[in-house]
Design a protein around this ligand. Sequence first.
Ligand code: FES
Length: 325
Amino acid sequence: MSSNPLKALVYQLRHEAAGIVSVELRPVAPATEFAQTVEAGAHIDLHLADGLSRSYSLTNPGERHRYVVAVTLDRASRGGSRYVHGQLRVGQTLSIGGPRNHFALDEAAPRSVLLAGGIGITPIYAMLQRLVALGRPAHLIYCAASRETAAFVPQIQALSAHSGGQLSVDWHFKSERGVRPALDALLGGQPEGTHFYCCGPLSMLDDYERACAQRDPAHVHLERFGAAPLPPAQTPETGYCVELRKSGKTVRVEPGVALLDALIDAGMNPDYSCREGVCGACEVKVISGDVDHRDLILTKQEQAANRSMMICVSGCRSGNLVLDF
Ligand code: FES
């Protein structure tokens, strides 16, 4: 959900690989552009049907005339990918939110190593295009079940071929290699100053975090597109009060109730999408309060700085919270 949704036309649906389609969205009014240019690593929210809202990474950095996302058909889908694959049609109008970027590329890095698992290639593919356009050295490790289920393989091969040797690729298709990639070896031995990026399934992200544990956290970037269930945020036994500075309201949050739901129940209209602390749609600036950060987006340093919080999963340990909302 978003308080400021945009309207977009489903302009094209394209088969990218087995079980993966890309969705090209354009402004509803012909010959117009979206207000924001696509940044590598950014995502948008698609508001699909009956309150169903999902975040998807954009694949086309530098463009404003269209937003392109790729969606894999997830067998465990709670509705989002099933809707896109089964019901979405060219010519339909969708509400969208964003773009937002919690997985930004450091364009000044002397070298970038990017690890993609399955559909996690979508933000990584956008980064590769940008790095090649900038002439920056980059290495991609692309893991997928098979070549047939891997999106953007021909496009990445063409990018590499035209990169003047700046982009190298290590393909890891399980059907061909039979084993999981040895991340310690693949990510090791990189020169000082290298930035690392990973987007993929939770098991890959865990391995990646372990393999990068000794590196400068400012050089280790990741994006999650689904989360293991998070433990509930701690709240005082008596609940807490939230003062909403902009709207001049005070809302009470009872124990066991998500701050997001308390605001919705109070008639507010906060942005949200994943409800899992992974998309950033519900981020709100914090003015004061002892926030119990439970999201998977902010770094530990950002959580300690306490300048903002994800209200879908995070709560407040003290009796009062003041938000810039
Ligand atoms: S709704 Fe996605 S982080 Fe809160």
